[in-house]
Design a protein around this ligand. Sequence first.
Ligand code: NAD
Ligand code: IPM
Ligand code: MG
Length: 373
Amino acid sequence: MKTKFNITVIPGDGIGPEVTKQAQKALEAVGDVYGYTFLYKEALMGACAIDETGNPLPDETLELCKESDAILFGAIGDPKYDNDPSAKVRPEQGLLKLRKELGLFCNIRPVKAYDTLIKNSPLKEEIISGTDTVIYRELTGGIYFGIKELSDDGKQAFDGCSYSVEEIERMAHLAFKAARSRKKKVTLVDKANVLETSRLWRKTVTELAKEYPDVELDFLFVDNAAMQLILNPKQFDVILTGNLFGDIISDEASVIGGSIGLLASASVGSENALFEPIHGSFPQAKGKDIANPLASVLSAAMLLDHLGLQDGARAIEAAVQKSLELGITTEDINSERSFSTSKVGDFISDYIQNQEDSNLNFQNIHMGQSTII
Ligand SMILES: NC(=O)c1ccc[n+]([C@@H]2O[C@H](COP(=O)([O-])OP(=O)(O)OC[C@H]3O[C@@H](n4cnc5c(N)ncnc54)[C@H](O)[C@@H]3O)[C@@H](O)[C@H]2O)c1
Ligand SMILES: CC(C)[C@H](C(=O)O)[C@@H](O)C(=O)O
Ligand SMILES: [Mg+2]
């Protein structure tokens, strides 16, 4: 069995480096306990890559990613580009190009309500308790990758949206297969009452569903789906949707989980795979050691699952569960009693390495009597 893995790490911008470091600490702890070796190579992407090379996705980064067993990515983005709509080179272009070049067409975003966090949620306990859904977001097509134009006088802009049957089918197969090992339901979220591309999604997915007679298929228009996610999230098992709708409803769905700082993701295709939190570079928190690292840590768990290292993945998830139970969390989870990004990362790695002892030590912390971490 393979025990050595090459991981390309792309910390990126803003809080990216801070949260990715905690995910690497978790991977190191898993390596120690279960006998795996992770060989990391760090690569530039985003605003930091533009600053250093003029290119948001340098060729070396792309090559490293292609050669590695998996990619761990933090976040990209910087206000200097967000606030300059006419910037010709943008950090986000790096991420979009990487997804496209590596063929990472399917982005998987699990959403669940953690029992220990439900009391903090702005949503009612009876509504979110027990929610366990996963968003299958198409990632390399749609309006993100259509023809873009700005008229010469700058007074008109155009973004084209296109989807092919092939792009829809490969996504739908993954969503139906996932549903088979879950609650056997796929909800296609689209805007088929208006958009031609959405009508192609409905037609194609309806046809393909015949191959999965054990899986229920239903449809929701995206505006209704946005509302249903808040009113009755338990109705969802696998949500299948296009690129833009998936982007929007997954940030919305993170409210159910308690914080966007908890939502991990995997982007997969035929060859490579990339693991990243769904959140962005949260520039306001850069360098402050306050960002929630758990989305990145849980992305590392998804990376381990992808590599077939299920023991390590479960160990990370158990450590995250414990940190939530003991309240060893950042300020987005509990502003009255919070721990720093790095302290949460220390707890996770310590718990993985030495569960019983950590349990005892951190019991004290829970009681507010110790400064062990
Ligand atoms: N995958 C990515 O790299 C990615 C994703 C989304 C946005 N972005 C980029 O990030 C930059 C900022 O975008 P934005 O402000 O719209 O989105 P964002 O996700 O960075 O932050 C939105 C809000 O979510 C919360 N948040 C995000 N991450 C958190 C964390 N780890 N812990 C605690 N709270 C967290 C904060 O309240 C923050 O104000 C932009 O440049 C954008 O393009 C990148
Ligand atoms: C940064 C941006 C291009 C990206 C997207 O829209 O896909 C982000 O919002 C995400 O969710 O990963
Ligand atoms: Mg997004």
